[in-house]
Design a protein around this ligand. Structure first.
Ligand code: PHE
Length: 344
């Protein structure tokens, strides 16, 4: 009798401790306690060995035990119906291999920019960055493009409505203005970044794109230095045998100004559709910084000279990777982006 009572107490504690998990655990519980061969039934079977004078008392204990077992079952079942995922964590097979986490790739524009930057860094240029929302002074006026200057038409500009003095920079030259105003000489920087122009979006042009510009200001900087710097760059970029040519051009912030062409890498100078049958591709604008620009930035133009150059990133990147639509760069289509692994 005493042993039986102890057994019932232990089973009650067990029932209390049983964790309420998923449907399988519930069924196992039912089989263990409540089925035809379960513990409740078998303990009821012990009634016959209980002395007659204790049967009443013992019957109550047994009924209470049975009630506890059944209540637990009913409450558990109800919870499981409300929340069928109950206890699912415990059914996870920890020995299964994990899911692979998809790895991104570098965006082709960044990839190309990094390559360009690394070439100029070897020549002692350091990277400078400037704001994309710029004021009129740093984007235009300081660069010798006063208000109403016809050269401003070259770049249709997005102005910020809240303040007509603010605009989205049309070139990364704003970073050069800021560097010349604030840094001590000599300055040797490259300025990569995104620029904006109010152009109709098509396969060949976009209302935003990327540029990288270079600037070198010191005593005795000459056009020969500019040519040699750019020649080093294209040789590193396209190979030692690359041919280049300079054509006179006009930019209000440089004098003299030039555009640099590289021999077309598709037809090697023979003439093809990409180079419009000329054998040459224009890749950048450059020139000696206009003395007025130096003065606007507080630099003595009698003592110092400098050169600047600027190139777009999208066009040469399209050539390098054989991309025929500029819009692909900004559409974030992973089928396009994942084609550029880190070693392309
Ligand atoms: N800022 C010019 C452009 O956006 C490029 C340039 C930079 C030309 C520096 C000359 C010198 O087209």
């Amino acid at each position: 009798m005493e042993a039986l009572l102890q057994q019932i107490a232990a089973l009650k504690a067990d029932i209390e401790k049983t964790a309420e998990e998923g449907a399988d655990a519930l069924e196992a519980y039912r089989l263990k306690y409540l089925s035809a061969k379960g513990l409740v039934k078998s303990i009821f079977g012990e009634m016959k060995s209980v002395p007659a004078d204790k049967k009443k008392e013992f019957g109550q204990i047994l009924n209470e035990f049975k009630q506890i077992a059944e209540n637990k079952y009913a409450a558990w079942k109800e919870k499981l119906e409300e929340n069928p995922g109950m206890g699912a964590a415990s059914t996870v097979d920890l020995t299964l291999p994990g899911d692979a986490i998809p790895l991104g790739t570098r965006h082709p524009i960044n990839h190309f920019l990094d390559h360009v930057i690394s070439i100029y860094q070897r020549l002692g240029f350091s990277v400078a960055e400037g704001p994309e929302i710029e004021d009129d002074w740093h984007n235009f006026t300081a660069l010798n493009l006063p208000e109403h200057h016809p050269a401003r038409d070259m770049q249709d500009t997005f102005y910020i409505q809240r303040n007509p003095d603010w605009l989205l920079r049309t070139h990364t030259s704003n970073t050069q203005t800021r560097a010349m105003e604030t840094q001590s000489l000599p300055i040797r920087i490259i300025c990569p970044g995104r620029v904006y122009r109010n152009e109709t979006v098509s396969a060949r042009s976009h209302c935003f794109f990327h540029q990288i510009e270079g600037l070198y200001v010191d005593e005795n900087v000459s056009f020969a230095d500019l040519k040699q710097t750019l020649y080093f760059f294209v040789q590193e970029m396209y190979g030692k045998n690359i041919k280049i040519r300079f054509r006179p051009s006009f930019f209000p912030f440089t004098e003299p100004s030039a555009e640099m062409d590289v021999q077309c890498q598709i037809c090697h100078g023979e003439g093809c559709a990409v180079c419009k049958r000329t054998g040459w591709l224009e890749i950048l604008g450059c020139g000696m910084i206009h003395p007025k620009v130096l003065e606007n930035c507080g630099i003595d133009s009698n003592k110092y000279t400098g050169f600047a150059f600027g190139m777009g990133i999208e066009r040469p990147a399209m050539l390098k990777y054989g991309i025929n639509d500029i819009r692909l760069f900004s559409e974030n289509d992973v089928r396009f982006l994942r084609q550029f692994t880190s070693n392309t």
